[in-house]
Design a protein around this ligand. Sequence first.
Ligand code: FAD
Ligand code: NAI
Length: 506
Amino acid sequence: RTLRWLWKAPLLASLAGIAYVGWGVYEERNPGPQVEPDPSKKTLVVLGTGWGSVSLLKKLDTEHYNVIVISPRNYFLFTPLLPSCTTGLIEHRSIMEPIRTILRHTKANVKFYEAEASSVDPERKVVRVLDTSEIRGDVIETEIPYDMLVVGVGAENATFGIPGVREHTCFLKEIGDAQRIRKKIMDCVETAAFKGQSQEEIDRLLHMVVVGGGPTGVEFAGELQDFFEEDIKKLIPDIADRFRVTLIEALPNVLPSFSKQLIEYTESTFKEEKIDIMTKTMVKKVTEKTVEAEINKPDGTREKITLPYGLLVWATGNAVRPVVKDLMDRIPAQKDSRRGLAVNEYLVVQGTRDIWAVGDCAVAGYAPTAQVAAQEGNFLAGLFNNMARTEVLEQRVRELSGSLNLEPGNAADISKEIEEHERQLRRIKDIKPFHYSHQGSLAYIGSEKAVADVSWFNGNFASGGSLTFLFWRSAYLSMCFSTRNRLLVINDWVKSKLFGRDVSRE
Ligand code: FAD
Ligand code: NAI
């Protein structure tokens, strides 16, 4: 009998899987009716459609507010799989989820404006927004008033003012960046393969340099080397022995936020993959074809080097966006904050009453990661839902208290109801401050290997290799925004495995 059930288990699991996917697809295609917002309710303006803002919108009870979302991007981007888009392993649309789809699934109608917030005036409680859409040919500027504001605009790329970075390098933060890199890789390869190139020029074109050994730089270097090994090398064998990837990092090691054991594992895997790691090397200047850096040698001296490159990807972390900087300058309590909007334990921007901040633009004492941003967004949704319920209950208690004298015959019932509401009020008013729960860090390091520092029963569990790679894939697949994203990503993985990556340059 047990054997018979064992035999049936995979069948039942498959049926459950199909039903789950089917339900996901049905739900996405058939959103329920939405109620119209009530103009007497407070206006909640949310800036951004990234991890922080979208996590908030997913959990927020939109019936309680007039919600307006403003972002220059009309989609959510699943950033953990962005490095895979640079080589075409995953197609970019597979990791984008239209904000319109997301907002169509909220309880009450939410307004969305595709525009950029240029400034926030906390005194007048208005956000100034710019619509820079090319379709009209001019820039439209307007103001949007708010009662409550959530700033979730993320961060921009840090360049530290190093000359040439903005003009000559590619960043890796947005979909457009990944597309630019994908194009440029193939441009370098095709130009190097062109007739009559000097040996020096071929070497330059095929030298791919990555600056910054944080998770973005490491994951990109791994993906790039995979692309070369699995596809470019096979399709264009004449340039096979010239393609080189170099990773430059100012600190003594890559992945500084991972455990020592995983740093060593990553560095040794990169050596096997023939990725050159140059640590203790600080880039000082970038020109159109070269990168100039300074190596800190063990004897304390410094050596200047100049490396010719074909593609240079700049991944040196985050900087504060101008809209955030402008807001910080308007709030005296923010004068000592450097890395973003300092928030209290309820994510309220310090020095303000009605502004909250989430994600990379907020300084709450945590690393700027998707995990933190998502948990902060969830927390705020809970907080706002509670605030709205509190108002409703308090209003009801006021009404009931007023009717106590008017309806003495019902006094017992009314008192009971008041008591019940007050009990609920005590419970929901007892809101705990935001607490981040770290689930661990994961990074792909190339050749179907990944590293993971995972929190496990109050301890830490570090692992690296091919099994970790399977864990990495399944973890990120399960975290993809929608069933549609999940199916598209699986399809891309299978397609690339069977037919290779598409090397055509659009
Ligand atoms: P974002 O997700 O960056 O969203 C910001 C939003 O604000 C965007 O919609 C943007 O268009 C909008 N915006 C920008 N300017 C304005 C403006 N002026 N007005 C209105 N809206 C504006 N973290 C992990 O935990 N795990 C990972 O595996 C991981 N992988 C990553 C891979 C890459 C390549 C990168 C770049 C980052 C990765 N991260 C990862 C970090 C993670 O993506 C960020 O921490 C996260 O996106 C921060 O969320 P956020 O909501 O603060 O900002
Ligand atoms: P980062 O800040 O983590 O790393 C940037 C690296 O660039 C640093 O190690 C720094 O020493 C180096 N650097 C700075 N200036 C330099 C210079 N002039 N020359 C050489 N090296 C220089 O930035 P990253 O990787 O973009 O990550 C940003 C955030 O996103 C981090 O919090 C990270 O944890 C998160 N993230 C997480 C991922 C994951 O969990 N898999 C993947 C990508 C990002």
